[in-house]
Design a binder for this molecule. Structure first.
Ligand SMILES: Cc1ncc(COP(=O)(O)O)c(C=O)c1O
Length: 313
């Protein structure tokens, strides 16, 4: 892509300003308000679009990459699809290191945007610390090759600022009424970046990080196999700032999946497992805090990409 045409291409992408909806039917009487920031409206259907545009814009502006170079990342597929989309837009190549543990449609989406997708086999579809480590090693190796650049979704300094508007948009609606923000943690970038955006408004709600009960690494030090794509990666992600997080809690993955089905049938919202997990925790927090309290969480991505599995079967 000649000159700085990539800048115009990035400026033209419409990311963010997503709806914030109040959940009503799945929230029991006597609980506080539960609000869900619906990130599925972003171009590739998840909040990862905010990350991808921030990473690529920063890298191009600094000259870390030039059109024609290759981005490399290991990804369950949401980050990869977002990176594949932005890479295609600005004339970069993209190699995703992924696995058959993640929804097949995510692999197909990355490939559809022109990405090279390397699929590592999992142990029966389970997301394990060993699998994540294997993906990471392969991505590190490829990212070190000439003309390649490892996007580093676990450490890239452009990520938290990229998510800050997501928090600011929540604060714009709920303002100082907001008591708690909760979210499942993969890289932790979305939760910590959103909190940056909220804190910048001068209001500091409590923050609760979440993980599946089946992989309680943050709460017990030991991870395990689980099925909640995108979170609980088997190590403590560097973005997670325990000083800013008030609490870390676990949610059973079966409860998260059941909530996905309730959200679809009762609220008309088709969501994926990590969103179901976020909502289960948000409802519990709103129950503990009681009437008048306000809890917000994130609808990470669109549920349609999980229709092939057993989530809605
Ligand atoms: C579906 C899904 N949910 C939740 C997350 C967690 O977001 P974060 O990595 O910002 O903590 C991810 C991240 O990959 C994801 O793909």
């Amino acid at each position: 892509m000649p000159g700085r045409c990539w800048q115009a291409a990035l400026d033209a992408v419409t990311i963010g300003s997503t709806p914030l909806v109040r959940l009503r039917r799945v929230v029991p009487d006597g609980a506080g308000e539960v609000w869900l920031k619906l990130e599925s409206g972003n171009p590739t259907g998840s909040y990862k679009d905010r990350l991808a545009v921030a990473i690529v814009r920063g890298a191009l502006e600094r000259g870390d990459v030039h059109p024609g170079d290759r981005l490399v990342e290991y990804t369950g597929g949401s980050t990869g699809t977002a990176l594949a989309h932005i890479a295609a837009l600005v004339g970069l190549r993209f190699t995703a290191v992924s696995s058959d543990a993640f929804a097949p449609v995510k692999i197909r989406s990355m490939a559809a945007y022109g990405a090279e997708v390397l699929v590592e086999p999992s142990d029966g579809g389970a997301i394990t610390p060993e699998l994540i480590a294997r993906l990471r090693e392969r991505a590190y190796t490829l990212g070190a090759e000439s003309g390649s650049w490892y996007t580093d979704q676990f450490g890239n300094a452009d990520i938290r600022p990229g998510y800050a508007p997501m928090g600011a948009e929540v604060a714009d609606v709920l303002g100082h009424r907001l008591d708690v923000v909760c979210a499942g943690v993969g890289t932790g970038g979305a939760l910590m970046g959103a909190l940056d955006g909220i804190d910048a408004t001068g209001h500091r709600p409590d923050a609760v990080a979440l993980e599946p009960t089946e992989s309680p690494l943050l709460t017990t030090g030991t991870g395990g196999p689980h099925r909640v794509e995108g979170i609980a990666v088997g190590f403590v992600p560097p973005f997670l700032d325990r000083d800013r997080v008030t609490d870390i809690r676990t949610v059973d993955q079966a409860d998260a999946m059941a909530m996905c089905r309730r959200l679809a049938a009762e609220e008309g919202l088709l969501c994926g497992p990590s969103t179901g997990l976020n909502v289960v925790a948000a409802i519990r927090l709103a129950g503990e805090r009681g009437p008048g309290s306000v809890v917000a969480t994130f609808g990470v991505d669109a549920g349609a990409k999980y229709l092939d599995g057993d989530l809605f079967a």
